[in-house]
Design a protein around this ligand. Structure first.
Ligand SMILES: Cc1cc2nc3c(=O)[nH]c(=O)nc-3n(C[C@H](O)[C@H](O)[C@H](O)COP(=O)(O)OP(=O)(O)OC[C@H]3O[C@@H](n4cnc5c(N)ncnc54)[C@H](O)[C@@H]3O)c2cc1C
Length: 427
């Protein structure tokens, strides 16, 4: 089939398909003289989605997926594990389904992406050649920005902002904490992975305490002026956990300057606080691979052409997910997965020497304030002058003062969202 005889695939049609979720059907398979090679790095929300959808859009592409782990543990719903609602198995996913679809899953760590030689170098010395690469390495931590904190200390004072062992560690510590103890949580400065994540964590720890340690207290030390879905969370906390949560923001000495892991204290500008369990979430940047491959700028994140997510620093390398500068989109799993579908479509077009289409992007973030109490924020994004912009009137927040039934329904939708996105990516 040549390009002229292929079905016409207009921007409007692509947008319509994206909106209906039928984008997987877009783009007829194309027979290449030699199979073009795409290497995807990262088996999380961005990387696994990109590999899967690229293969579906064009089975003729040779897709390799480099993943560091055997099984991926999701941050979404990890707060339910910390709160004792689910086991870690519920949020753990393998890559077998991707392998069955013809994706070459390479369990290894990529040490660098070389855009000139068009190779992804692996830690074991091997190198994977590519025509285009898609990189979704997630986040790294700015350990140096927090005196007294670092990878070693995080084995006693967990961040639990990458899911897996850290999630289980925090859960064990909360279980071992005495009733009447103090749990301190300190969220990071913007921008960071999952803006509503700390609010959900505070809520589900409070839910656990209310049932098992009703005299326990939660102290929040937040370096920010305000936080995502604040009014909705605070409404829920006042209703469900009265008197349990003390929130201190930027104006109330909420900025943690130093950690003393031995004494289990966090030092602020004007005082210190001792916790029985401390959850310190450090400031963030793009995952290590991004800096090692010179994909980052001075902010520590990766600048991209926002239409195709192609790096402005490394032609032929696309960066998606938390690592990419894609504001106003938040750093969320849903956003990473949406970007991955867009990039899969763009890359399959670019490999056919055709112009990529201008898509719509979407994000929805559910949070649980309790197992039967959900809240959401949603937004649809388009483009203006090649930059991602929010589409006026498209999104919104759950209403304040909603009925219990509405909150219960949103909790059900949250559960449905998690099941459907996990099955879309790894199922
Ligand atoms: C507590 C919490 C709750 C959250 N809840 C939600 C939610 O409800 N909804 C939502 O949409 N989002 C949520 N998020 C955000 C979501 O987890 C992230 O935005 C999402 O994981 C970003 O996807 P990503 O592909 O950029 O990174 P990840 O999903 O973290 O994937 C990165 C992958 O790259 C791999 N990798 C990194 N470097 C290398 C390398 N050098 N070689 C090989 N592999 C490598 C990693 O091992 C990992 O597999 C939550 C986050 C947290 C912390």
């Amino acid at each position: 089939m040549n390009a002229a005889s292929e079905p016409k695939f207009t921007r409007r049609r692509f947008n319509a398909l994206l909106a209906t979720g039928a984008v997987a059907l877009a783009g007829a398979p194309y027979v290449h003289a030699a199979a073009p090679k795409v290497v995807v790095v990262g088996g999380g929300f961005g990387g696994s989605t990109a590999a899967r959808y690229l293969k579906r859009f064009d089975p003729g592409i040779d897709v390799a997926l480099v993943v560091a782990e055997r099984n991926f543990v999701t941050c979404p719903f990890s707060n339910t594990v910390i709160g004792g609602l689910n086991s870690i198995d519920h949020i753990t996913h393998g890559f077998e389904a991707l392998g069955r679809e013809g994706i070459r899953v390479v369990h290894s760590v990529a040490s660098a992406v070389d855009p000139k030689a068009r190779k992804v170098h692996l830690r074991d010395g091997a190198a994977l050649p590519f025509d285009r690469a898609i990189v979704s390495p997630g986040i790294g931590f700015r350990w140096d920005d927090m005196e007294g904190y670092g990878p070693e200390v995080s084995t006693r004072i967990p961040h639990a902002w990458k899911a897996g062992e850290q999630t289980l560690l925090l859960r064990r510590q909360l279980e071992a904490m005495p009733d009447g103890g103090v749990f301190i949580i300190s969220p990071p400065v913007n921008p960071f992975r999952c803006p509503p994540g700390p609010g959900e964590r505070i809520s589900l720890v409070a839910h656990y305490f209310r049932q098992h340690k009703p005299r326990a207290k939660i102290l929040v030390l937040d370096p920010k002026q305000k936080f995502s879905k604040q009014a909705l969370f605070e409404e829920g906390w006042a209703k469900l956990y009265p008197g349990m949560i003390e929130y201190r923001g930027l104006a109330d000495d909420g900025v943690v300057r130093r950690v003393d892991a031995k004494a289990m204290t966090l030092h602020t500008d004007f005082g210190e606080e001792r916790g029985d369990v401390i959850n310190l979430i450090p400031p963030q940047r793009a995952g290590d691979l991004a800096a090692a491959s010179r994909l980052t700028d001075e902010t520590g994140w990766c600048p991209v052409e926002q239409l195709t997510f192609e790096s402005t620093r490394a032609p032929g390398v696309h960066v998606i997910g938390d690592a990419a500068i894609a504001a106003p989109m938040p750093k969320s799993g849903f956003a990473a997965s949406t970007q991955a579908k867009v990039v899969a479509a763009s890359v399959s077009e670019l490999l056919r020497d055709r112009a990529p289409v201008e898509p719509k992007l979407v994000n929805t973030c559910y949070s649980l304030v309790a197992p039967d109490y959900g809240i959401t924020v949603a937004m649809v994004y388009g483009y203006r002058d090649g930059k991602i912009v929010e589409i006026d009137g498209s999104g919104g927040l759950s209403p304040l003062g909603a009925t219990e039934q509405v909150r219960r329904l949103e909790a059900d939708y949250a559960d449905g969202w998690y099941r459907s996105i996990s099955s879309d990516i790894w199922g």
